[in-house]
Design a protein around this ligand. Structure first.
Ligand code: SF4
Length: 388
């Protein structure tokens, strides 16, 4: 049985105390108040607000509507640098600003120092986790379109945003890419230093092509010394047959891109929107039964909290790894049309955080900061420190 929705927010104020909806926070004082109401550390409230509303740049290093990425040192006096990837807004749209001296401001408060403020060109293959994880965009995600919440559906970017101009699908091109580019450019004698190769790319169009690609990546990378996990983020592995084939190429981690629970046919490219939540649960079940890691990715901002509570509770039983939960960042005005009306307020995101924490309490599964730069969590999950 699902937990009744009201029971999720036991800490809600009593009926006689009517507080105002937290639409946004405009200062450290506001964030402290929201932090006390929701029992979420103040810096985490600020990070959620920043991911939701974006950042303005005094030096205009990156145009408005594009995405910027930077490292931030000493943020709230935290010693480990944090990485952010945010939509660039004008100064009327957000309280966050990187000034001429590269300091990050929240309203009038300096909250950190940024380095490497640059255009986010997420269409390319890239590393995470100090080069221990390679994200492979082997099937030109920049060319994938059809989901109305996805930035790839819009012609927003110009040629300043680098795109993968080739596919790296078959064994020869994979070998060439890994052996002739990735290894020499990064000083790797082989691929033994990689913990994970993540396939995060555009749709293959056919399930067997996705399976074949995963097998190719395993075979080619293994011949170059790779012994880690192949992580597949996508929606094209559905049949028992696929998991039967792939069980011989373990370790594999399946991250099913659910993205949203409601309006699936309306918001998604036809093929993806046709896949039901039951189909997905079944696929996750096939993966779990064959010893895969299994989880899902989800965008917070598209579904009502009520639907989210019910469905997160349901899917929490089909995973053995914490889901990748992204804050919905909008760059194009059309993307805002997909937003559930509740998601125009910060409170929605704080409540979403609480309901995920409740659904996963006691499971020993936690968000990983290095795999998600627009997370609902940064340093704490429930009362647990997220240390890497
Ligand atoms: S399938 Fe994924 S990459 Fe392609 S349009 Fe949809 S969300 Fe974007």
């Amino acid at each position: 049985m699902f937990a009744p929705f009201n029971a999720i927010f036991e800490e809600s104020p009593p009926r006689e105390y009517k507080r105002k909806l937290i639409k946004s926070v405009g200062s450290i004082e506001d964030a402290t108040m929201a932090s006390e109401i929701f029992g979420i550390p103040m810096p985490e409230v600020v990070f959620c607000e920043m991911n939701r509303t974006g950042v303005s740049l005094e030096l205009h290093q990156v145009p408005v509507k594009f995405r910027v990425r930077f490292l931030c040192d000493e943020i709230f006096s935290n010693k480990s640098p944090m990485f952010f990837a945010l939509p660039v807004k004008n100064s009327r749209q957000t309280k966050f600003r990187v000034d001429k001296n590269s300091s990050l401001f929240f309203n009038h408060s300096c909250i950190g120092d940024t380095t490497n403020v640059e255009l986010d060109t997420c269409d390319c293959s890239y590393f995470r986790k100090n080069k221990r994880v390679l994200n492979l965009n082997s099937n030109r995600r920049g060319d994938c379109f059809g989901c109305t919440f996805c930035i790839h559906n819009y012609t927003l970017y110009d040629n300043r945003v680098l795109k993968d101009d080739r596919k790296i699908i078959d064994k020869d091109s994979l070998k060439n890419f890994l052996e002739k580019e990735i290894m020499p450019k990064n000083g790797f004698p082989d691929l033994g230093c990689l913990e994970q190769i993540a396939i995060v790319t555009g749709l293959f169009g056919q399930e067997d092509l996705a399976v074949k690609h995963i097998v190719n990546v395993r075979k080619v990378a293994e011949a170059l010394g790779f012994r880690g996990t192949i992580f597949y983020l996508g929606c094209e592995l559905l049949s028992k047959k696929s998991f039967e084939i792939l069980k011989d190429y373990q370790p594999i981690s399946l991250c099913y891109s659910i993205d949203c629970f409601d309006h699936r046919e309306e918001f998604m490219v036809h093929k993806k929107g046709k896949i039901t939540l039951i189909n997905i649960a079944q696929a996750l079940g096939y993966a779990l039964n064959r010893g895969f890691e299994a989880t899902f990715s989800y965008i917070v901002g598209l579904d009502s909290l009520e639907s989210m509570a019910k469905n997160v509770e349901f899917f929490s039983r089909y995973v053995n790894r914490f889901p990748i939960v992204n804050i919905y960042q909008t760059q194009h005005s059309q993307q805002r049309k997909n937003m559930t009306p509740e998601a125009t307020h910060l409170e929605y995101f704080l409540k979403a955080r609480k309901l995920f924490e409740q659904a996963f309490a006691g499971r020993g599964l936690y968000p990983r900061n290095w795999e998600n730069y627009r997370s609902l969590w940064y340093h704490k999950f429930n009362s647990v420190d997220l240390l890497e």
